[in-house]
Write a protein that binds this ligand. Structure first.
Ligand SMILES: O=P(O)(O)OC[C@H](O)CO
Length: 437
């Protein structure tokens, strides 16, 4: 049975609302008055269960409680996706009960760090006996800002190129992903001839399915970027060239379209390829009735793929005792055994170096080559541009710009200029005044 999108059925509308609410909080400079009291023996964890991981998260909690009988963990459904969890956390900062552990994705943690709503973890690592040196360096470094760390990696992903091996074979293509987007542009019409009308060679995600994330790698291969730190690059030639490629694949060559649910459309055979998260792996493998191929994103001349996914953070306003217990819990559920378990059950990457090289991981990857694609691509990835991950609402603005080009054939130059001006306004009003001098 095909399942609903892991982003959540109502995700599009709610995401926009989440962006608006958080923007108001960041602008107000309010780091929150909520503390919610809380019981120091009960750890409340707000999660959106990425990759449909509710049952796996419950298993992790059981393991923690067995190892720590004096502590209880309460798993709270924080929403259907990262944006809803951020919205719920933002609301709690105004006086509601705060969680002990909150899931904050790549695009949310910085904003809460900037307003002082989440705790820097560095002073707590010793108290909770956390060995940070075992976290994969790049994933740990993703949460560094102002000489402190603000979260730890949990469900971390990269985009992958997924393809339908049967369609590839019928089109006479080699059993691999494209080496460049230019090569894929040649393959697209051949694949389209095979799938015929009503289906498509490729589906690009929509804004809710994080098109601003999955298209960041392709933009790099065209020589573009979203930004260099907070210096915006949406109107530079490379970024425009990438957006023109997106437009042309849909409106000129007609082998691609914006899909409203890339994982389900791919699994159902409606689109023969897509870029989706490693977190989609287990769901796609379950749904697809054909051989699924995965490949690195094309990267012919440098990085063509970024990291993503979510980390776990701790609210600043809870007691130190609660913070230490919360950190012990985060450390435990991301330890070697547990990050391995989570990764193998869901598809996200192991976040510990010891887990990447363990015998269990090696055996699993040997039997599951699609999971190996994700792990092997990790060293080739690069961190994301500030315009997407450090600007509140930036992801939505970027994804919506590309979506308009894809859905409505919107003019590329003016759309990208509009994206740039919307994001610049947020930087000027809400970020620059709050940056440390
Ligand atoms: O769906 P995920 O967990 O791979 O996350 C994708 C993006 O990084 C979310 O901003």
């Amino acid at each position: 049975m095909v399942e609903l999108s892991r982003r959540g059925f109502l995700a599009a509308g709610v995401t926009a609302a989440a962006g608006a609410v958080l923007t108001a909080c960041v602008g107000s400079g309010n780091s929150g008055s909520g503390s919610g009291g809380g019981n120091s023996n009960t750890i409340t964890w707000w999660s959106s269960h990425p990759g449909k991981s509710t049952d796996v998260e419950k298993d992790l909690i059981t393991r923690f409680q067995q190892a720590n009988p004096s502590l209880t963990v309460q798993l709270v459904d924080g929403g259907k996706n990262y944006e809803e969890v951020a919205q719920k956390f933002n609301a709690a900062l105004s006086g509601g009960a705060l969680p002990d552990v909150v899931m904050l994705s790549d695009v949310w943690w910085f904003n809460f760090a900037l307003i002082g709503a989440i705790a820097p973890l560095d002073d707590l690592f010793g108290k909770a006996s956390v060995n940070t040196s075992d976290y994969v360096d790049s994933l740990y470094a993703d949460y560094a800002w102002n000489n402190k760390h603000w979260a730890l990696p949990y469900a971390r992903s990269t985009p992958l190129f997924y393809y339908n091996k049967a369609v590839w074979q019928q089109a006479g293509l080699p059993d691999r992903g494209p080496t460049s987007w230019q090569e894929f542009d040649e393959w697209g019409p051949r694949l389209q001839d095979v799938v015929g009308s009503g289906k498509l060679a490729h589906g690009w995600g929509n804004a809710t399915d994080y098109l601003g994330w999955t298209f960041q790698g392709p933009v790099r291969t065209f020589g573009g970027r979203y930004s260099d730190q907070f210096d915006l690059k949406f109107t530079e030639p490379g970024t425009i060239a990438a957006a023109n490629y997106l437009r042309s694949s849909i409106h000129d060559k007609k082998y691609a379209a914006i899909s409203n649910d890339i994982a389900n459309d791919f699994g159902a055979g409606i689109i023969a390829s897509t870029i989706a998260s490693t977190g989609d792996l287990s769901g796609i493998a379950k749904n697809a009735k054909f051989d699924v191929g995965t490949a690195f994103l094309p990267a012919p001349n440098g990085p063509g793929c970024v990291t993503g996914g979510t980390g776990l953070a701790i609210p600043a306003k809870i007691s130190d005792e609660r913070k230490v217990n919360a950190l012990k819990f985060i450390d435990f559920i991301t330890n070697t055994d547990n990050t391995t378990y989570f990764s193998q059950k869901v598809g996200y990457m192991p976040v510990r170096k010891s887990a990447l090289t363990s015998a269990s991981t090696e055996q699993f990857l040997a039997k599951n080559p699609n999971f190996a694609t994700a792990v092997n691509q990790l060293p080739k990835t690069t961190s994301q541009d500030y315009a997407r991950v450090f600007v509140p609402g930036g992801d939505k603005i970027i994804g919506t710009g590309f979506e308009q080009i894809g859905l409505r054939n919107a003019d590329v130059d003016s759309t990208m200029a509009s994206v740039q001006s919307q994001i610049q306004q947020i930087i000027d009003r809400q970020i620059t005044p709050k940056l440390p001098k």
